[in-house]
Design a protein around this ligand. Structure first.
Ligand code: OXD
Length: 309
């Protein structure tokens, strides 16, 4: 009985090695070619094309190697009742919060403007921005959104968060529901998306909703590219309503060569690097969950397939 690693190559090698260190007694296959289908009990994957899952008659478990599971849940032949687990890694949560803070502070302190001035040989001071004009709104207060909200609150920013039922995080104003969504956006000078991608959140950030942001607002996406209608964001930046954006996730990764984000002067784009989970932890959680599945015990970080996260 074995674990199959079915991941993009930059993750597949290190995760296979970590699995071998974690459980030398369990055979691990990196890639589908050599793996005997009857032996595979668990698959670690990012996404699963149609036809992959039915190949494995003894599969007990599908493990994401990431926090988000939208690509896995989209597999059309994911058997009903097949458990799916995701990674919950406090180190990754902190790393993503650091990324968000870095991009937000660069914007809030005008460091991009000063970098441009430096290249022009220009010494010019701009009035500082009062913190009260830097209200932060975080969409999604799961583990990652909560880490982001807490970190902004800890350095004195006014912070609000939008979630299904409110989280009661000290220093973070809760908003819920459709009304709360609009109300929070209208008061967010910096908007951070840390939502899971579900049918309800796909395309949530579009011309209509982003127009609710105050003039001069800045948008940061560490959720999924599909939350955002990128053309609408660009139109609002070009029209001067939004100041700019930092995007770490895209509907198509990498974006097409002619995607306007490559050259847009007000968009900072990074290649989904806000923070990866620890590969050791991915391996440990997968092995532990395989052992639990074999014994019929409760799994760690099992996804609610109906909720989509
Ligand atoms: C993700 C991750 O879900 O990197 O994108 O964990």
């Amino acid at each position: 009985m074995a674990i199959l690693v079915h991941l993009p190559s930059f993750m597949a090698g290190p995760i296979t090695a970590a699995l071998q260190r974690t459980a030398p007694d369990i055979p691990v296959w990196n890639g589908r070619e050599a793996a005997p289908p009857e032996a595979v009990e668990a698959i670690i994957a990012w996404g699963l094309k149609p036809g992959v899952l039915p190949t494995y008659p003894n599969l007990r478990l599908v493990c994401a190697a990431t926090a988000g599971v939208d690509k896995l849940l989209a597999a059309p032949d994911l058997p009903e009742g097949m458990p799916v687990t995701r990674i919950v890694d406090p180190g990754q949560q902190t790393g993503i919060a650091h990324y968000v803070l870095a991009t937000a502070l660069r914007h809030a302190r005008g460091l991009g403007t000063y970098a441009e001035q430096q290249r022009r040989g220009e010494w010019k001071r701009h009035p500082g921005r009062d913190l009260s004009r830097c209200r932060v709104g975080v969409l999604g207060l799961g583990e990652i959104g909560s880490a982001v909200a807490r970190m902004f609150a800890a350095i004195g920013y006014p912070v609000a968060g939008w979630s299904r039922s409110g989280k009661g995080i000290p220093g973070v104003t809760d908003y819920t529901g459709d009304e709360g969504f609009a109300a929070m956006l209208s008061k967010s000078d910096i908007l951070v998306c840390a939502l899971p991608l579900t049918s309800q959140t796909n395309g949530l950030l579009n011309r209509q909703t982003l127009s609710l942001l105050p003039a001069g607002a800045f948008f940061i996406n560490v959720g999924r590219g599909e939350h955002l209608v990128e053309a609408d964001l660009i139109a609002l930046i070009d029209a001067g309503h939004l100041a700019g954006a930092a995007l770490d996730v895209f509907a198509k990764e990498p974006p097409a060569a002619d995607d306007p984000i490559w050259n847009h002067p007000r968009i900072e784009a990074t290649p989904h690097i806000a923070a990866d989970p620890s590969y050791e932890l991915v391996a440990q959680q997968c092995v532990e969950n395989l052992r639990r599945a074999r014994d019929g015990r409760e799994l760690l970080n099992q996804v609610d397939r109906n909720a989509g996260y």
